[in-house]
Design a binder for this molecule. Structure first.
Ligand code: AKB
Length: 318
């Protein structure tokens, strides 16, 4: 029986994607791997310690479990990458190249690899940034994502590796926490609101960025991977869009449910990263090619998180 491998499975997206893939394919069909301890979010199923830069171990796991599809998520996010530029490049690029090469050698069926809105830099249009806008990223993370996209297209065109990719915006979920991203504030803010605490925001009030609720991100990923190969016209990475909001706007949405919620703004080094990114994204090709459509807007996402988060963390908000 052929199985699915996930690298970076303990991360914010990895945990929830692993759980959903296990729901769809069965617990034992999805092998979660990471350099940290497994968490309960990802559900029951096989877990292996894996540093993706360890090629021999990656290959051994692929062989041991008869892997045919890989979701290669292990990476450093934007803010951490700016502090560790060479480590970020080594992990984000080295990891991808090793997975692509193994996919070629072993004729794996499909590879998923996440890109980001960070491929765009200050010279791209800020509003509804098109799929084909100039990509001149201002961050190491963005540079690694842009180069990674080109490697994905190269392995597809040259060797027929069926690798598919999405340019994720900031992902917002209440179950798993992000780590080291510039959009992380938009997750932390809900935890503070539910706990009745003031939130200190590291971005300015009016810094709008593209965002997406985790349920939509998981759905987009699985829909892209299930789409027939002939419908995939973009082999670098697809723009996908759902919501765009600023810290001020998400605060208003939270205050609709929790009027006493308070926020204070103390912008730090992450402001410069956010200023280099688009404010909203045009995702026409994703909608046309494989029917992408988000389900959540800012208020429906906010209502859902504020309802579910206290139950999830068993917090007493009464
Ligand atoms: C980050 O903030 O680094 C990520 C991203 C937009 O790719 N969430």
């Amino acid at each position: 029986m052929k199985r699915i491998l996930i690298t970076g499975a303990c991360g914010q997206l990895g945990s929830e994607l692993t759980a959903e893939l296990r729901n769809i394919h069965g617990n034992n069909q999805v092998i979660a791997t990471d350099v940290s301890e497994p968490n309960s979010l990802m559900g029951e199923g096989p877990f292996e310690y894996l540093d993706v830069l360890d090629n021999r171990r990656t290959e051994a796991i692929i062989d041991q479990y008869n892997i045919e599809t890989i979701y290669h998520l292990a990476a450093l996010l934007s803010a951490t990458a700016e502090k560790n530029i060479h480590t970020a490049w080594d992990l984000n690029m080295g990891g991808l190249l090793k997975i692509l090469e193994l996919a070629k050698e072993k004729s794996l069926k499909k590879i998923f690899w996440p890109s980001s809105i960070a491929v765009f830099g200050p010279d791209a249009p800020k509003i509804r940034t098109p799929q084909t806008a100039a990509c001149n990223p201002a961050t190491v993370y963005g540079i690694s994502k842009l180069a990674g996209e080109q490697w994905c297209a190269y392995y597809y065109n040259k060797f027929g590796v069926d690798v598919r990719s999405l340019r994720y915006p900031g992902l917002i979920g209440y179950k798993s926490l992000p780590g080291g991203g510039t959009t992380d504030y938009a997750v932390d803010i809900f935890h503070k609101a539910v706990r009745g605490e003031e939130f200190i925001c590291f971005l300015k009030k009016d810094t709008a960025l593209p965002m997406m609720y985790m349920a939509d991100a998981v759905k987009a990923t699985i829909d892209l991977m299930q789409a027939p190969a002939e419908s995939i016209t973009i082999r670098t990475s697809y723009n996908i869009s759902a919501i765009s909001f600023s810290p001020g706007e998400v605060t208003t949405a939270i205050q609709n449910d929790i009027p006493e919620f308070k926020i204070r703004y103390e912008p730090d080094h992450r402001q410069q990263i956010a200023d280099s990114w688009p404010m909203s994204i045009d995702d026409t090709p994703a909608r046309a090619d494989w029917g992408w459509e988000p389900s959540y807007n800012l208020q429906s996402m906010t209502d859902d998180i504020l309802r579910e988060l206290p139950l999830f963390w068993k917090l007493d908000t009464a």
